[in-house]
Ligand binder design. Structure first.
Ligand code: ADP
Ligand code: MG
Length: 595
């Protein structure tokens, strides 16, 4: 039996167990299961936001609270239907997340988690101080939910609604992660420069993810309010936020199922502690908090993958989720190509480029042109300013002075992602790949700017055609660089030299007009270098223009049509390889090394 049917059977068993559980379980356990489902919704948002996206939030309970209070107020004070309450809760929570996200998501490092504590505290405080929200007594007499006249006041009835929503949320997230916006989300940890290089805006991706996580929390808050029919500030304070985070971490931040498992783990443990601790001490509440804090620290230090990570290791991937094979096989129109400029047209022109770092002039009045269909080499000794020049013309760094025109547009000062969208694709001297993503997914990320599907479309699986187009394009580029048969391996498993080549495939997936490569031959063996040379020549024949920064003279000399030599930040010489090789100034710059 293959892994794929194992996965299906496992899912089937879990679904059947959830369906029949209320028929055999006692009231107390059914209520506990309801709490677990609600907790899992919040934890699911955190698995996406923190586990996948790398942004830690200590304020998620506040979003649960906003939604719970929103629907509580609307249904009690205004007498509206809980279903209007749901819309209102989602809207208010979404808007709050948008506002908070816009204020805080640009903060780097530890400031973001700290700020989440701040707004988590203040929102919870707000609930306790507004008269209309009942201050510390909260709001009661919230109506139970009704579906077509059928009341969900019984825990066994709302159970099915809760778990139906949990199921939908997991399915949505699962679809999302295997999609265009999902690949961008999974690349967030690779940094803003990586995303900008494929034409994506890391800030917007993070903001969308933040709002999505808040909306999952909002669903939880709405269910909570109508299940308990009473809200007060305490369940939405920072302590509750930490509990949700603990669910996500203990279940496993790396996997969607971790949210379910973690919610179960934390709530069952909490229940057990509430039974046991009062027998040991008068201060059970404090001891519970200490136990959870200790558990949190232990997990972070010794079991980062959480329970799901552990289970995965134990089962050796026998329950791995299905791969995208059928998406690769299904016939579909290829993604449309850009019209490439006619051979010989000037596509890039750098004019008097200057870059100062404080007193140091890293690039000093450098000018050169690149014409369609040629391979140009940018060479020079270490520290000559090549990488800086590279960053200027890809708009990764702002220029101090000078001009860069690309396809007749002044691009100096343009955001990097816009330049990428115009058709300038790059690789990195220090490889930026997502090691935990497959080769195929890494390359597919490159096609980001050629495609459109957003979070909603992807989560609802309305992106199938485009998704097939993207994956098939990625597969073609992998075939082109000779890695097609390893499409499903993880990028992190490749040797460094091969990872560089993989970056070229990602750049090609953007259908570029100009390909800029920073030291692609570094770390390659002789045969691999020859293959890379062949690949680049083949690309030139197909009309792709290439600018290559390289140290390996032999490699560059045999490959390029023209060379620009830099030294101490200035352009030293420009010309065909043979002329440059013979130039005394170049030989002097390289201190007698064989050029
Ligand atoms: P190359 O790629 O040719 O080896 P670089 O462009 O990396 O050279 O560096 C050119 C000069 O600029 C070096 O002296 C380097 O120390 C300096 N430099 C590069 N980046 C920075 C930076 N971000 N801040 C300060 N100095 C820098
Ligand atoms: Mg360099």
């Amino acid at each position: 039996m293959n892994h794929r049917s194992n996965f299906r059977i496992l899912i089937g068993v879990v679904v059947v167990a959830i369906l029949f559980a209320p028929l055999v379980l006692g009231n107390f356990t059914v209520s506990l299961m309801n709490d677990i489902g609600i907790g899992a919704l919040v934890a699911l948002g955190l698995v996406l936001l923190t586990g996948v996206g790398g942004a830690t939030s200590f304020g998620q309970a506040a979003f649960v609270g906003i939604a719970a209070y929103a629907t509580a107020w609307l249904t009690t004070a205004q007498g509206m239907s809980p279903w209007i309450g749901l819309l209102f809760a989602l809207l208010l929570t979404g808007l709050s997340a948008l506002a908070i996200g816009m204020l805080t998501l640009r903060l780097g490092g530890h400031f973001l988690p700290l700020s989440t504590i701040a707004w988590g505290l203040s929102i919870a405080m707000l609930f306790g101080n507004v008269d209309a929200l009942g201050r510390h007594t909260g709001l009661s007499n919230i109506p139970a939910l009704k579906i077509a006249g059928w009341s969900l006041v019984d825990p066994r009835a709302i159970y099915y609604l809760i778990w139906f929503i949990v199921g939908l949320a997991i399915l949505f997230s699962y679809n999302l992660l295997a999609s265009r916006p999902g690949r961008a989300i999974r690349s967030l940890r690779g940094g803003a420069t990586l995303l900008a290089s494929v034409g994506a805006d890391a800030y917007r991706v993070r903001l969308t993810l933040f709002v999505l996580a808040a909306l999952f929390a909002a669903l939880a808050g709405w269910l909570y309010a109508h299940m308990n029919r009473f809200v007060s500030p305490a369940p939405f304070d920072v302590r509750a936020s930490i509990e949700y985070l603990l669910m996500a971490v203990s279940g496993g931040l790396g996997q969607l199922a971790g949210a379910l498992v973690g919610s179960g783990l934390v709530l069952v443990l909490k229940n057990a502690l509430q039974d046991v601790l009062p027998m040991l001490t008068q201060r059970a509440g404090q001891l519970e908090a200490i136990t959870f804090a200790a558990l949190f620290i232990l997990l972070v230090h010794f079991a980062r993958g959480g329970l799901m990570g552990f289970l995965r290791k134990m089962t050796h991937g026998r329950f791995a989720a299905p791969r995208s094979d059928e998406k690769l096989a299904a016939p579909v129109e290829p993604l449309p190509h850009r019209k490439l400029p006619a051979r010989g047209t000037r596509i890039l022109s750098v004019n008097g480029a200057v870059k100062r770092f404080g007193g140091l002039v890293a690039v000093n009045e450098v000018s050169f042109d690149v014409n369609a269909g040629e391979i140009i080499g940018l060479i020079g000794p270490n520290g000559a300013g090549k990488s800086t020049m590279f960053n200027l013309l890809t708009c990764t760094l702002p220029m101090t002075a000078g001009q860069v025109r690309f396809l007749d547009r002044d691009i100096a000062g343009m955001p990097q992602r816009e330049v990428a969208r115009l058709g300038l694709a790059r690789t990195f001297q220090h490889v930026k790949l997502r090691p935990q993503m497959s080769l195929l997914d890494n390359v597919a990320l490159g096609a980001h700017s050629r495609t459109k599907a957003g979070v909603l479309k992807a989560g609802l699986r309305l992106d199938r055609t485009e998704e097939r187009q993207i994956l098939q394009e990625a597969k073609r580029q992998l075939d082109r660089i000779g890695l097609g048969d390893r499409a499903h391996e993880l990028a992190g498993s490749l040797p460094l030299g091969t990872q560089r080549i993989l970056e070229i495939a990602r750049a090609l997936a953007a259908d570029p007009v100009l390909l800029v490569l920073d030291e692609p031959a570094a770390g390659l063996r002789r045969k691999e270098k020859m293959a890379l040379g062949d690949l680049l020549r083949k690309l030139r024949e197909e009309g792709v223009t290439i600018l290559i920064v390289e140290h390996d003279m032999d490699f560059v000399m045999k490959l390029v049509d023209r060379l620009v030599v830099m030294n101490f930040g200035s352009k030293l010489v420009e010309g065909v390889p043979s002329a440059v090789r013979a130039d005394e100034r170049v030989q002097a710059a390289y201190l007698g090394s064989v050029v």
